[in-house]
Design a protein around this ligand. Structure first.
Ligand SMILES: [Zn+2]
Length: 127
């Protein structure tokens, strides 16, 4: 599946940046022409990330728009819909630019778990 290749690329970048630390959130920018959705990417990522620093991490997907240049009316527009028609004339004879980017925008590390000390020592329960 398409999303698995993308998820693996993302995971590789995440692992490099995390350098062994646990990752809780991953923010990814992907061009509209990749036609991925956040649920599909998250599902694929959770499978490829099992047993890595990013196991269980949540994915935020930001879809980057593609630029449309219409050959019929000469208009141009941006769209996050990979199957867009020209918003000016409704034409489908369109040149698309961009939309195939895949970027790891940021990662969020898991907070270090707070391990409570023995703070209750000496406080007996007066039952
Ligand atoms: Zn047009």
């Amino acid at each position: 599946m398409h999303e698995f290749g993308i998820a693996e690329s993302v995971l590789g970048a995440v692992e490099k940046r995390a350098a062994g630390r646990g990752v809780s959130h991953v923010r990814v920018q992907a061009g509209a022409l990749l036609r991925i959705t956040e649920p599909a990417l998250e599902q694929a990522f959770s499978m490829v990330a099992g047993g890595t620093v990013a196991e269980g991490a949540k994915i935020d997907l930001i879809v980057l728009p593609v630029r449309l240049d219409c050959r019929s009316c000469g208009g141009s527009a941006e769209s996050t819909d990979a199957l867009a028609a020209c918003p000016g004339c409704g034409g489908l004879d369109i040149d698309m630019h961009g939309g195939e980017e895949l970027l790891l925008e940021s990662i969020q590390l898991t907070e270090e778990e707070h391990v409570p000390g023995d703070s209750r020592r000496g406080r007996g329960d007066p039952a």
